[in-house]
Write a protein that binds this ligand. Structure first.
Ligand code: PAF
Length: 252
């Protein structure tokens, strides 16, 4: 039986009781899919204890409508966590995660302002702040992040170094459908027609000669492109199909 803990202090007490054991941690916003499954399996293999958190973090949504529409699938998530042999789910409430009403935050002022940060002001402050809180509560030996959000992964790695946090960040390759589409909780919101178009995101990213060619191709196909950018040896994309924002990246 999985233990579900909602209160941060109760979690910290439980964590103290696990002293000496390796604790792996997979932070998520729920709506779990095989991409999360890959993180959970790796976490299970490499640690004595496997912890999953589910918290749809409002401070990282610059668009309140996007937050409201974010899928919540608790029953399915619990079953999924059981299938992936999770020991404990940390499932906090907003008031307990933000006793300061978000008066304190963690901010990065260079890479976070680029790519997804450009048109989503405050997004990465919200991500880094909640990840810092989660790290302080869970106190993991290793924490697992997917490469699909490579900018997030890079920023979390930077935060761990900058604040001398005592944990290892493990990056896990993106899981894709057979069509190439990267798995994402947001895919649940695509219409049947959009689902047929969505795999072109990865295909254009890989096959275009340069970023602007990929952007033009995606626009022709009906995507509303936020950006396609080559930076630090990777090509990154964010584009909308309808009101669903999809992201991906490939190594150049
Ligand atoms: O990648 C996510 O699901 C979220 O950004 C994270 C890391 C769980 C923080 O809310």
């Amino acid at each position: 039986m999985i233990r579900v803990i909602r209160n941060p202090q109760e979690f910290k007490q439980w964590r103290r009781e696990q002293a000496g054991l390796t604790v792996g941690f997979v932070p998520t916003m729920g709506a779990l899919h095989s991409g999360h499954g890959a993180l959970l399996d790796r976490c299970r293999q490499e640690n004595e204890i496997s912890v999953l958190s589910i918290f749809v973090n409002p401070t990282q949504f610059n668009d309140p409508k996007d937050f409201e529409k974010y899928p919540t699938t608790w029953d399915a998530d619990l079953k999924f966590a059981e299938e992936h042999n999770v020991d404990v789910i940390f499932y906090p409430r907003f008031e307990e995660m933000y006793p300061d009403s978000y008066h304190y935050k963690v901010s990065e002022n260079e890479f976070s302002k680029n790519l997804c940060g450009r048109n989503r002001p405050g997004h990465f402050d919200g991500v880094l702040s909640v990840v810092m809180k989660l790290f302080n509560i869970v106190s993991p030996t290793k924490a697992y992040f997917g490469e699909k959000d490579f900018q997030q992964l890079t920023l979390v790695q930077g935060m761990v170094r900058a604040f001398f946090l005592d944990l290892i960040v493990v990056s896990v390759p993106t899981v894709r459908e057979s069509t190439g589409l990267a798995l994402s909780s947001r895919n649940l919101r695509l219409t049947e027609e959009e689902k047929l178009k969505a795999p072109s995101l990865f295909k254009s990213l890989k096959e275009a000669k340069n970023a602007s060619e990929a952007a033009s191709h995606l626009t022709e196909l009906g995507f509303k492109v936020d950006y396609v950018t080559d930076i630090r040896g990777r090509r990154y994309v964010a584009a909308y199909l309808g009101d669903v924002r999809l992201i991906d990246n490939v190594q150049l």
